[in-house]
Design a protein around this ligand. Structure first.
Ligand code: AMP
Length: 225
């Protein structure tokens, strides 16, 4: 599948992406994970990105578009891809259109995960992430806690709360989402590839996406002369 996962921080994009990649071998491309990996590794990109990430601000479009331009050249995307956290602004969406057009890649759909604000706030303040950049397993202190000593049950590294998941940073990221990212809903609706999903369970969202892709491919086939 070739899809974009759209939704506020905490809407569940990463968790749904991980489930879908297991089902069909598509790769998850998360700009947030790429940036956090660069911060941990202390690369020039990481040094540049860190202050934006910690403040809950968006990293400049030119930096993100550069990352994606490179990432979309990797061979693994032939199996399909799920874009998680990109695009986040209209200029990023326009740049993505151009990148995909150049490579003759057509998106299956854009899934808009529409989750109430209260659910998002609760999810993000209770979320914990494995600090190992190669793992980044996600936990929840209420529903899916890490090991009793606070380590990751997958790789054993410490599980921590992200600096951008304090109440202040989350509120800021949510406001930025409404201002900069929410306009993409209309952008993709106009293109006729938007599927809005209000289910809050990971399995429910994954099923809705799979069904949406099936319906679209049937429609595409019936329109082919
Ligand atoms: P995420 O894990 O997707 O919530 O991303 C964490 C942080 O990384 C965001 O709050 C931004 O600071 C930065 N970031 C990730 N993706 C993008 C993007 N597409 N555009 C700008 N900043 C981004």
């Amino acid at each position: 599948m070739r899809i974009i996962l759209l939704g506020a921080p905490g809407a569940g994009k990463g968790t749904v992406a991980k489930l879908l990649t297991k089902l069909d071998g598509s790769v998850q491309i998360s700009t947030g994970d790429i940036l956090r990996g660069a911060v941990k590794a202390g690369t020039p990109l990481g040094k540049k990105a860190q202050r934006y990430i910690d403040r809950g601000d968006l990293v400049p479009d030119s930096v993100i578009i550069g990352i994606m331009e490179k990432r979309l050249h990797d061979l693994d995307i032939r199996k399909g891809f799920l874009l998680d956290g990109f695009p986040r602004t209209i200029p990023q969406a326009e740049a993505l259109d151009a990148l995909l057009k150049k490579r003759n890649i057509i998106l299956d759909l854009v899934a808009n995960l529409d989750v109430p604000r209260a659910v998002i706030l609760d999810r993000l303040t209770t979320r914990r992430t494995c600090s190992n950049p190669a793992c980044q397993e996600i936990y929840n202190v209420k529903s899916n806690p890490p090991a009793p000593d606070g380590s990751c049950r997958k790789c054993g590294c410490p599980v921590t709360q992200r600096a951008d998941e304090t109440v202040d940073a989350i509120t800021k990221r949510y406001n930025i989402y409404n201002e900069k990212t929410a306009p993409l809903i209309n952008y993709y609706e106009k293109k006729g590839i938007l599927l809005t999903i209000q289910d809050t369970s990971t399995e429910g969202v994954a099923k809705a996406i799979q069904k949406g892709i099936m319906v679209k491919s049937r429609q595409d086939r019936s329109q082919t002369p």
